[in-house]
Design a protein. Structure first.
Length: 347
């Protein structure tokens, strides 16, 4: 197929999903290096990937409401793209896409369409089930006649971020990074259980460090974990930026986290992830490259809360029920920590 002259990508959020778009960008650039790429993205998310070379970024300020939409449309006024990749089905994004002129308007298949998504597209990605989110996003190049056969991130990390991370985590002592909060509260584990795993890692000769954003909720979670720890970890909560977190992840062999953005950031820099999954299916939204070290209680959660096995649930079903994460025990996590550490010859 003839290369498109210009493509607009619309995926504004969230952090994890934005990392999943980066391999698609790399696929498009590799196949069609002369194609102009424009990515409409959220303010926070741009701080993570907004320095990708060869991509024009247009920021969508979701908090600004209609004014944010008009600002994007004003930036793109008078422009027409060969293709729009509408990779977000939320109503706000569907409305935003109406102001983007494009010949091909590629969106999700019928099963994954909602909030009037079908009215703003004229072509669909292949209808598949059982896909990881990254593979679904990667398939947006297929209606263009391409195929994503490689997955590559190479998200730029500034030297200053590397220097900061090296100062926080000096030397060669293996570090267990713990990012304890997801933006979805029912995916979060108990703070005293994080503390128990961290104390175990310290007893095994590891350094431990808490990471997280500056929000009140993340600060409260970090304080609760700190209060329960017998061996105080390094507390970096609210002290890093997204780029600094990427650099920290690059210096740590293992991240402990629920289903969250940092999980996918860690995967993008080849850091192993001990993911905690009961509310969500790791085969759909876990760390893409390697899920061996995750604790997977998704099927148990389906049987307990929905009275059916996970195999009978629609793909992508969430089981965000109070207490669901209590299905994951401290021993479950310690077992995966030990297995990962031994595989890396760090015990």
């Amino acid at each position: 197929m003839t290369a498109a002259a210009s493509i607009c990508l619309l995926r504004t959020s969230a952090i994890g999903d934005v990392t999943h778009v980066v391999p698609l960008v790399r696929t498009l650039q590799r196949a069609w290096p002369q194609t102009s790429l424009t990515w409409i993205i959220g303010k926070l998310e741009r701080k993570l990937v907004g320095d990708l070379p060869g991509v024009e970024f247009v920021t969508f300020d979701k908090a600004a409401g209609w004014a944010g939409m008009r600002a994007v449309q004003g930036t793109l006024k008078g422009r027409r793209f060969d293709a729009l990749l509408q990779m977000q089905v939320a109503m706000r994004s569907n409305l935003l896409s109406l102001g983007i002129k494009a010949d091909q308007r590629i969106g999700y298949d019928h099963a994954r369409s909602k909030d009037l998504h079908s009215l703003v597209i004229n072509e669909r990605i292949p209808a598949r089930t059982g896909e990881h989110v990254l593979d679904a996003i990667g398939s947006f190049c297929e209606p263009l006649g391409l195929k994503q056969t490689q997955v590559r991130w190479d998200i730029p990390i500034p030297e200053e971020a590397h220097l900061w991370a090296a100062k926080q985590l000096p030397g060669d002592v293996p570090t267990l990074l713990v990012s304890p909060t997801s933006s979805h509260g029912l995916r979060n584990w108990r703070p005293e259980r994080y503390a128990a795993v961290m104390d175990h890692a310290v007893a095994r000769g590891w350094r431990t460090a808490l990471v997280g954003g500056p929000s009140t909720f993340e600060r409260e979670m970090a304080d609760a974990v700190l209060a329960a720890c017998k061996s105080p970890p390094l507390d970096l909560t609210g002290k890093d930026t997204l780029k600094k977190l990427m650099a920290l992840l690059g210096r740590a062999p293992l991240l402990l986290t629920p289903d969250s953005g940092p999980m996918h950031m860690a995967n993008a820099v080849s850091t192993k992830v001990l993911g905690l999954h009961a509310a969500s299916n790791p085969d759909r939204s876990g760390p893409y490259s390697d899920r061996r070290w995750c604790v997977n209680k998704y099927d148990e959660a389906a049987r307990k809360y929905l009275d059916k096995p996970a195999s009978e649930l629609p793909w992508g079903s969430k089981i965000e029920k109070p207490g669901v994460m209590d299905l994951i025990s401290v021993d479950d996590v310690i077992e995966r920590y030990e297995a990962a550490a031994q595989a890396m010859h760090l015990l």
